[in-house]
Design a protein around this ligand. Structure first.
Ligand code: ATP
Ligand code: MG
Length: 222
């Protein structure tokens, strides 16, 4: 990348989201993307949802606590919304204003997939909470790592860390969430890129990097 292109990019930060099924390889591929973009001389921050800020990380603990399966759907939705409002205001918008590239491990597409498509909360309610948190903001690209949730769960179990409250859901729930991502991608192809996450780590990384290169080309010319 030449210096003019890099300087142009750094004047206007952009945000990538890596999302998809549990255990699909989001955190793994984000490390590769982060290094790839840093090697281009870009200023990169990696963050996550739920979480991303001190307040958001406390909310994450509540959301994912496997000892509280009784959490009602609306509570869960509003906790995600509260964490997202904090995330955007405290971390994401200031980073973008400073010309940084923000990579988030999950973001708002996960709310549509898990709380709407999987849990069944109506779209109107989801949009109300989400719109309040986002306040018109939208990430530049969602990279969806698509994987059979059974395979994802096996990967998570092999990691040996136990299951959180969302991972401990029934397989049908995880399948509905997966399909929710695919539906969103079909509805909004300019903001979503679906990658087959059953490929090797190297193949997934190559496809993700090609998608990012395309985004950078467009970003630097508009
Ligand atoms: N393409 C791949 N093929 C096989 N295993 C993979 C692949 N990508 C990642 N893994 C392995 O699968 C496990 C889950 O990967 P990772 O933690 O990156 O997934 P994740 O999507 O971030 O999971 P979670 O939803 O729990 O945050 C890890 O042990 C990782 O090394
Ligand atoms: Mg992860």
């Amino acid at each position: 990348m030449n210096n003019v292109l890099r300087d142009n990019l750094m004047k206007k930060g952009f945000m990538l989201v890596c999302d998809g099924s549990n255990g699909a390889g989001k955190t793994t591929v984000i490390k590769t993307i982060e290094q790839y973009l840093k090697n281009k001389g870009l200023d990169v921050i990696v963050t996550r949802e739920p979480g991303g800020t001190p307040i958001g990380e406390k909310i994450r603990e509540i959301i994912l606590d496997p000892t509280t399966p009784e959490m009602c759907n609306l509570t869960e939705l509003m906790l995600f919304g509260a964490g997202r409002a904090q995330h955007i205001n405290e971390k994401i918008l200031p980073a973008l204003a400073a010309g940084k590239v923000v990579i988030s491990d999950r973001f708002d597409a996960a709310t549509f997939s898990f709380q709407h498509y999987a849990r069944g909360i109506d779209l109107d309610t989801i949009c109300k909470i989400n719109d309040m948190a986002l306040n018109g903001f939208s990430p530049d690209m969602n990279i969806i790592l698509d994987l059979d949730p059974k395979v994802g769960l096996e990967r998570v179990m092999q990691r040996g860390e136990g299951l959180d409250r969302m991972e401990d859901e029934k397989m049908e729930f995880l399948e509905r969430a997966r399909n929710g991502y695919l539906t969103q991608a079909k509805q909004n192809p300019s903001k979503f890129t679906v990658i087959d996450a059953s490929q090797t780590q190297a193949e997934v990384a190559d496809e993700v990097i090609s998608a990012i290169d395309r985004l950078i080309e467009n970003h630097s010319t508009c």
